[in-house]
Design a binder for this molecule. Structure first.
Ligand code: CTP
Length: 425
């Protein structure tokens, strides 16, 4: 089998294959939610519908990995099933008839995503599909990769049995990502991102035929048809991955981002990303950093704070220059105060040298400094309220930052001096 260029370090095969392939009782016992899954199967039974655990959680269960979510598929009566689960488990329920899908968040915070089994047809490449109810087999075959197309029955009569009509277990065994049909990436080009993300996360190869199709769809520009919303959703998911760096490297190597936005990152992009990862930066910071390099348009579905922080990363140069020239705490404070904290945390991780040290000192210490006097005190002192309150309190704060005042009395006497100067001026 040819090696894809998108692989990470190999892991040892999961124990379940080594010991007793197909010992389903073993498998279900491994799952920390066995009891809950049994209840879901019984609820389905009462409503006369088959219920399955599907997709990621089954894949992860077979690999002996933790799975964050529980994806449930029901063959009919999805809304009633959702309501019944909400009632029985006592949780928050939502259901969207248009998408035939809903969710229940149980009282102990477990989230169940519940979907009616369906077929999906794509009118054009890269558009969202038309969805029609269908049985579990059809539902499995509309999925992205064989390893995500395995179902585990939750019905009481067949609890724990696997439904694997597309060879997903075999692909898990040989550790490869394989699409289920030739049009998969054209129908849904977000799968290009997903293939690379799963391959790196799981340390799998991308099966040669699949890699050929992936490259073909990159080459034929189907990715350019994706809406910014769908692409950014994928970028956010990538930022949450522990192996974000090799995923981004693989995306660059496979020219995926160039195909989407005609965007090739400069060398310093990966360098900065690497520094952020080394500093243990949260996904949100990685995303903002990435955003600051992208050709952002008003069609990008990003929050105002994200846009602002990303914008500051691109406008930081003059601040950096002023920052390395100044050592006075109040000057550093004034330079950095207008910049949102996420942007500062990113710069502090990415920048070398003096400016990074000053930003860290600002975040850890200076930004926390407060005056003891407040507006109320000024009022008590008989100062007429107005915009000069802010000016006086700022002067007190700067004096405190620079160590010129240490306590309330110092602040009071400085305040009196400022007021007297104000009167005489
Ligand atoms: N799916 C798909 N095509 C997509 C997105 C999702 O076929 N473009 C299917 C896959 O079967 C996937 C399931 O929907 O397993 C659920 O999607 P998602 O939660 O994104 O995938 P997981 O496999 O659960 O991923 P993760 O482990 O990252 O949660």
């Amino acid at each position: 089998m040819a090696r894809s260029s998108c692989t990470a370090k190999k892991q040892t095969p999961p124990a379940i294959w080594a010991s007793s392939p197909g010992t389903l009782a073993d498998l279900i016992v491994r799952c920390q939610h066995t009891e809950l899954l049994g209840r879901l199967g019984r609820i389905g039974d009462r409503l006369g519908t088959r219920v399955f655990l599907v997709g990621g959680p089954v894949r992860d269960l077979l690999l002996g990995r933790e799975s964050p979510d529980l994806d449930i598929a029901v063959e009919s009566r999805a809304r009633q099933f959702c309501n019944a689960v909400g009632l029985e488990l006592g949780g928050r329920t939502t259901f969207h008839s248009r998408f035939l899908s809903g969710s229940v968040t149980t009282s102990v915070g477990i989230r169940l995503d519940i979907n009616q089994t369906r077929t999906e047809t794509y009118a054009r490449p890269a558009v969202l599909p038309t969805v029609r109810p269908a049985g579990i087999e059809a539902d499995l075959s509309r999925r992205d990769f064989s390893v995500n197309a395995i179902a585990l029955s939750l019905a009481p009569s067949s609890f724990g049995y696997l439904l694997d009509p597309l060879g997903g277990r075999h692909d898990l065994q040989v550790r490869r990502i394989r699409v289920l049909h030739d049009r998969s990436f054209r129908d849904d080009p977000t799968r290009v991102f997903r293939a690379i993300r799963f391959a790196v996360r799981l340390g799998f190869d991308i099966e040669p035929g699949t890699l050929g199709l992936l490259r073909e769809s990159v080459h034929d520009n189907v990715l350019a048809r994706l809406t910014p919303e769908r692409v950014l959703y994928e970028l956010r998911l990538i930022c949450r991955e522990p192996l974000v760096l090799p995923i981004v490297e693989a995306l660059i190597r496979e020219r995926v981002l160039r195909a989407v936005w005609d965007w090739t990152p400069p060398k310093r992009f990966l360098f900065g990303l690497c520094r952020l990862v080394q500093h243990g930066a949260e996904p949100e910071l990685l995303f903002i950093y990435w955003l600051s390099f992208l050709p952002v348009t008003e069609r990008f579905p990003i929050r105002r704070e994200e846009q602002e922080a990303a914008g500051w990363l691109n406008r930081f140069e003059p601040v950096r220059e002023a920052l390395v020239r100044s050592s006075r705490a109040s000057t550093i404070y004034r330079l950095l105060k207008p910049i949102p904290e996420p942007a500062l945390r990113i710069i502090a991780a990415v920048e070398p040298g003096a400016s990074a040290r000053r930003i860290r000192d600002y975040l850890d210490r200076l930004a926390q400094v407060r005056t003891e006097l407040t507006g109320k005190d000024l009022k008590k002192m008989g100062v007429e309220p107005g915009p000069h309150y802010r000016r006086i309190l700022d002067q007190l704060l700067y004096a405190r930052l620079d160590g010129k005042v240490q306590n309330r009395d110092d602040e009071l006497s400085l305040c009196r001096r400022l007021l007297a100067r104000g009167k005489s001026g």
